[in-house]
Design a protein around this ligand. Structure first.
Ligand SMILES: Cc1ncc(COP(=O)(O)O)c(C=O)c1O
Length: 469
């Protein structure tokens, strides 16, 4: 049987998109225009566009027309779920974290903001004042659950995440990593299975490894986040003991789960008796829209363990994070007490006094604006210098860009070659257990955007071309 006309048209447009005639995010000709250009009826074009929408190639925006999807396309392919473990921590992760301290390297690699985007001066003043007025605080333990002043300030900040916290629900931790470890230890035993997003933050994969857990990798769509149908399937097939999710500006994809998905996730996990571990470390860094309420704020049953820190917005080196553990609070306080006894007093007091003086919101507004502007710059440069067949994510916050390169590019090779030229990147293999993201790259854009950063993108483009030859 002959292929219907609308299918032929859809195939042709798909081909044009693949060959780079229309780049991700760009508008394709209107239905009327295509109907004229192709001398076919409006109804046929509508059918063809509908088919392209079903294939996930274009997307209709009401009143605006049809646009090429910005999404990384390979996600839908990986729907087979299985239980995995981490065999070995990829050396790139540790190499890159050390390389992040080298000022001669362009820091696209680690998820660390450049110091110019952190309130270093204000912290310097706080620390100076504290040491002048109360030098004895260096000698004083600030036992778990941590400084009451800081917990009060965090309770105020939690209102922005939609949650009315009492200071005594909050336990201060050594960054968000430490909070995640506590949450996993409180909900699992070695050998247990948990559900995680894929791709995901490599520190979580390392925690899975250290705690001898097994993980089911649930696809994370770059726009909408965790695939809830896949999670539902996982919960029905395996004894899942916890589900770790980063609903806002996920690392590395930048995805954001909308309110409906958060509610559905909550309901699904409540029914399956699966505790949710919510990692909200990028939650405050949204560029445009109102912040979507945290899953914690929607949870009447105290089934969510909320983890966050000030590492992405104030001072990663201070190692100050927090956990709101709901029904696991007592156990987590015990874990925190045994594992760290106390959290550095000076760091807690300096951050509390920075939060008290009201400068934090101003600081956040400024950095969000810069990151949004940097995102445009880096995407434009990538469009200019990376080959056809490159897709990038469209983050609405945070400062991490996820890039899918043409399939023939081994991103690990690119990482090694780039590092020799003084350019840090993070290859996709660092972000999952099953090594599916071999031609993917994560790039940090919380860096100073100038001619040399632009040139570094151009150099990366040249390296990719050399690999393709
Ligand atoms: C998603 C995510 N969670 C947790 C962390 C760890 O944060 P911290 O430095 O506060 O331990 C990071 C750091 O990159 C992260 O990206």
């Amino acid at each position: 049987m002959d292929q219907p006309l609308y299918e032929k048209i859809a195939d042709q447009i798909e081909q044009n998109i693949k060959e780079g005639m229309f780049i991700p995010g760009s508008k394709i000709p209107s239905v009327r225009k295509s109907s004229k250009q192709l001398a076919v009826s409006v109804a046929t074009v509508l059918q063809a566009y509908g088919l392209l929408e079903d294939r996930g190639i274009i997307k209709a925006r009401p009143q605006k027309g049809y646009f090429v999807q910005e999404q990384v396309t390979s996600y839908a392919e990986s729907t087979t779920l299985e239980v995995n473990t981490l065999e070995a921590i990829p050396a790139v992760v540790t190499d890159l974290l050390y390389a992040s301290q080298n000022p001669d390297i362009t820091q696209f690699g680690a998820a660390i903001p450049d110091t110019q985007f952190l309130p270093i001066r204000q912290l310097q003043r706080s620390v100076g004042r504290l040491m002048r007025l109360k030098p004895e605080i260096c000698a004083a333990y600030e036992f778990v659950p941590g400084s009451l002043n800081l917990r009060r300030q965090i309770a105020i900040r939690m209102l922005d995440a939609g949650y009315h916290a009492q200071p005594d629900e909050i336990v201060i931790t050594l960054g968000c990593q430490n909070a995640l470890m506590h949450a996993l230890q409180a909900t699992t035993q070695p050998g247990d299975i948990i559900a995680i997003e894929t791709p995901t933050y490599h520190g979580l994969l390392q925690a899975v490894n250290l705690l001898k857990l097994k993980a089911i990798e649930i696809p994370c769509h770059i726009e909408t986040g965790l695939d809830l149908d896949a999670l539902e399937q996982a919960i029905s097939e395996w004894p899942v003991k916890a589900c770790v999710v980063t609903p806002s500006h996920q690392n590395p994809t930048g995805s954001v789960m909308d309110l409906e998905s958060r509610k559905r996730l909550l309901k699904m996990c409540k029914t399956g008796k699966v505790p949710i571990i919510e990692d909200d470390v990028y939650g405050e860094l949204n560029y445009h829209e109102q912040r979507i309420p945290s899953i914690k704020s929607l949870d009447g049953a105290s089934n969510v363990i909320y983890c966050s820190s000030f590492s992405k917005s104030i001072a990663p080196g201070f190692r100050i994070g927090w956990i709101i553990a709901g029904k696991h609070q007592q156990e987590i306080e015990q874990l925190a007490y045994v594992q760290s006894l106390a959290i550095p007093t000076l760091n807690q007091k300096a951050i509390a006094s920075f939060l008290e003086n009201g400068a934090y919101d101003r600081h956040l507004r400024k950095t969000r604006q810069i990151y949004a502007a940097n995102l445009q710059q880096i995407q434009q440069a990538i469009l200019q210098h990376f080959p056809i067949g490159t897709f990038t994510s469209m983050p609405k916050g945070g400062f991490l860009l996820w890039i899918e390169l043409p399939k023939s590019i081994n991103a690990l090779t690119l990482y090694e070659l780039a590092l020799k030229q003084g350019i840090g990147t993070m290859p996709g293999v660092a972000f999952d257990l099953s090594q599916s993201f071999t031609h993917h790259l994560r790039m940090n854009y919380a860096i100073n955007w100038d001619k040399s950063t632009y040139n570094a993108i151009r150099q990366l483009g040249q390296l990719i071309e050399n690999i393709m030859k």
